[in-house]
Design a binder for this molecule. Sequence first.
Ligand code: NAD
Length: 475
Amino acid sequence: MKVDHLIGGKTVAGTNYFETVNPATQDVLAEVAAGGEAEVNAAVAAAKEAFPKWAGLPAPQRAKIVRKLGELIAAHVPDIARTETDDTGQVISQTGKQLVPRAADNFSYFAEMCVRVDGHTYPTDTHLNYTLFHPVGVCALISPWNVPFMTSTWKVAPCLAFGNTAVLKMSELSPLTAARLGELALEAGVPAGVLNLVHGYGKDAGEPLVKHPDVRAISFTGSTATGNRIVKEAGLKKFSMELGGKSPFVVFDDANLDRALDAAVFMIFSNNGERCTAGSRILVQKSIYADFAKRFAERAKKIVVGDPQDEKTIIGPMISQGHLAKVRSYIELGTREGATLLCGGLDAPLVPDRVKRGNYVLPTVFADVDNRMKIAQDEIFGPVACLIPFDDEADAVRIANDIDYGLSSYVFTENIGRAHRVAAQIEAGMCFVNSQNVRDLRQPFGGTKASGTGREGGTWSYEVFLEPKNIAVSL
Ligand code: NAD
């Protein structure tokens, strides 16, 4: 199978192609067009040309098309989910029941929102100020490989609904479902040039896209290293930077332990641990630490590692052999740094024959981790949990904040005052109290510190996809 670019409503063949591989089997799934500056220039030109007409369409008409795209995704959940699972190794129970349905919701949600965009008024004795929100223009949307369909639609839906046009670049490791998105967009009636798709590597396709002078806004999700680079290279543009994380999951001794254990296991091992909001530093109060560690490791040992297309599988293969090597190198490092390996490690998991060549790693739990160890400070982005003991509330907050990142956080306690105090003090864009990560599309999603700038979701998406204009009328 060949996957080509989508530029100006037409598929455009590549001059070169690269292979995308199923990480569970190593089978080649498709040959994908490897774009560069020429394709980026053509896609930005198509987006620029399409912009005035799309932006000028009354919002209810745009909403109708955007809603239709969501409906088409909803009608194709099983096949999109299967493709996503083949391309990424994310397990089918997640792609089929959570991630692809959420992608459809992204369109229905922003279709509804775009007809409700209003402004503000600031009357004075001499002037009436009011705001208008205009679409920004051509937006570069850049997605990582971990949950690519959900992430790309989280960008495409508000971008298009608010009247912008887009050039989408997926990760070279997981381009397939976005290609399907391009087809469905045309079927839904998205006009030619409004959504363009250039495939390729970051250096070849991503870099010219973010540098392009006609691109007005960049919505990027990916690593902190790439985010930093883009901010330096892109020049003066609007940015939304959704970057890496190493989020604290804090369990106090008065917590509902069963609830905390369920959520802790979910937040580090679901999505293969390849999750930006993973609760990868699990801070546990010393009085319950030994008991929690034992029970956490018991649960981790029972996790089914295997064929991602099997509904029972919880952990599928890592996205690539290179990423597997990185995750394994951190497991090796953890032992060298003096952490205690409670389960997992470097042994190969037993998996079914169909996937025996897959990029597998066992769910791994390190106890007695010092927060200054590299396994606690670096984003491993795999199923590796670090259990860190703490003394009291102040110690928990100190350790939680002793990190470059600030994406998400989790606090488990039955003490309501403590819950609010700690949630307020943790340096992160989001804090979930007595809960795993649960998304409402209205809430501001994003991080602080090295986890990024800007927020997306609900009216927070105005920040990147709409331009406010103040009009002051003399009275
Ligand atoms: P990455 O930074 O390597 O790549 C992300 C995207 O950027 C890819 O499409 C890549 O091709 C492109 N790219 C690379 N170099 C570029 C350049 N110079 N200019 C423009 N584009 C370029 O990240 P990844 O390995 O694909 O994804 C994993 C990372 O994403 C993790 O750090 C994870 O935490 C983060 N992530 C963050 C969120 C969030 O919402 N905060 C969500 C998912 C993933």
